[in-house]
Design a protein around this ligand. Structure first.
Ligand code: IMP
Length: 427
């Protein structure tokens, strides 16, 4: 630690929830720095799967301070529902949680606008949570933040202007037509009273924690390839999902961060539209989807499945400045005769090992495959490196060498103990 970032090294759904949950046992404060209720972090607690969307994964550890940073977009209705659900498990969410006054709000008109926009030609295949429209207002400097909930005239005036703009943009939306800014504020009255005692200055809290020698964990949602700047634009989410967004999303200086952990599956998936060079043919994908239960935790959508993509992984190492990699879901590959990896790309100009910065170029890339023999052994009970079959070790060692960073943890199942900690100790 003292300040560690955990980030997805692919297109999200890498199994960060489990890793953050485990690391948060060693942290004093856990903070989310971007995204919103589009995230779905599954954590197993007492044999039950708990899905967290807006709450940092540390919330399940009693007494752990959990913060929602300024870089997050907050849907208060969903946050309240989630908090109630987690409180029913015996967690004192209200005592543990702090929400940045500077976090932007997802409002009903963002949801309504997205519903119409996603029917149109420019559809991205979003999670339908109003994420893009909330961040659009933020960038346009017309957004409303958590702190604005307590100034009714200011809130109504700005919300009215935003709503009028969306009504002009989407005249076909009956939902937008019948909405009013006052209604939006009235609908939030109870939620505002509920959240008020939790509103805090996340930047100040984290700085104080670090000065007192506390350990801070910054939790990313989505993944590097969904980052608004560095992902496969425009098929991305609307925030800085890579580690470069962490400092900005909680209000710390970049030098506060001293360790960056990337999480990648032993293969690859993506949800929504956009290029995916190592995508498998339908039949193979179906097999992997079933083995890995690759369905969206938030939307239930079947995920597109593919093999590990080395140029993409090396790119994630570079963009995030990864210190180490956690490889998850190795056990999902247990029954495959052959394990393939996209080693480099054909059609990516001179340098087929490099992930192209331009999405149009990526669309033209075809993988050059490397093949490994499958291990055909159940790895889910492996707890030490030596417990893994030689073929699995060969695969992981090759990935590590190609990625250029150590693979420190290998996850072989959803339960917390189903992992192998290797060589470099988790500090
Ligand atoms: P949005 O974040 O809902 O605007 O969706 C934009 C893109 O990011 C779509 O392709 C979504 O499928 C994808 N996306 C957003 N959140 C997640 C996630 O948590 N896991 C995987 N994909 C996600």
């Amino acid at each position: 630690m003292p300040c560690t970032v955990v980030v997805g090294a692919q297109w999200g759904d890498e199994g960060k929830g489990k890793i953050v949950d485990a690391l948060s046992a060693e942290a004093d404060v856990v903070a989310r720095y971007q995204g919103g209720p589009n995230a779905g972090h599954s954590v197993i607690r007492d044999g039950r799967t708990v899905v967290l969307q807006l709450l940092p994964s540390g919330i399940l550890t009693a007494g752990k301070r959990c913060l929602i940073g300024n870089g997050v977009v907050v849907d208060l209705t969903r946050l309240r529902e989630e908090a109630d659900r987690i409180e029913a498990l015996g967690v004192d969410v209200r005592a543990q949680l702090g929400v940045s006054a500077a976090a932007h709000l997802i409002l009903p008109y963002h949801l309504a606008a997205e519903r119409v926009a996603e029917q149109g030609q420019g559809a991205i295949g979003t999670t339908g949570r109003g994420i893009g429209f909330a961040y659009r207002d933020k960038a346009a400097r017309t957004g409303l933040r958590v702190g604005d909930l307590f100034d009714a005239p200011w809130f109504v005036e700005r919300a009215a202007r935003n709503l009028a703009g969306l009504q002009r943009e989407f005249p076909e939306s009956a939902e937008l037509k019948t909405m009013s800014a006052q209604q939006v504020l009235d609908g939030l009255a109870d939620l505002a009273r509920w959240v008020e005692p939790m509103v805090t200055d996340v930047s100040f809290e984290l700085d104080e924690a670090l000065k007192r020698g506390r350990r801070v964990l910054l939790e990313g949602a989505q993944g590097t390839l969904l980052d608004i700047d560095h992902g496969t634009y425009p098929y991305v989410t609307s925030s800085s999902a890579s580690a470069v967004g962490a400092a900005a999303g909680v209000g710390l200086g970049p030098r506060a961060i001293d360790r960056v952990i990337g999480v990648a599956k032993a293969y690859a998936t993506r949800v929504g539209h956009g290029p995916f060079p190592s995508e498998m043919p339908a039949e193979e994908a179906e097999r992997l989807r079933a083995a890995g239960e690759e369905y969206g935790a938030v939307t239930g959508r079947p995920r597109r499945c593919g093999w590990l993509d080395l140029p993409a992984l090396r790119y994630a190492v570079r963009i995030n400045g990864l210190d180490e990699l956690v490889i998850t879901k190795l056990d999902v590959l247990d029954d495959f005769d052959e394990i393939k990896v996209a080693e480099r790309y054909e059609g990516a100009g001179k340098n087929g090992e490099r992930f192209p910065a331009a999405t149009r170029e990526l669309e033209r890339c075809r993988p050059v495959w490397k093949s490994f023999p499958g291990w055909k052994t159940n790895t889910s009970r492996a707890r030490r490196w030596e417990d893994l079959p030689q073929a699995a070790r060969t695969y992981l060692e090759w990935v590590e060498e190609q990625a250029g960073v150590p693979v420190t943890v290998i996850s072989v199942g959803a339960e917390r103990e189903a992992e192998i900690r290797r060589g470099v100790a988790v500090r």
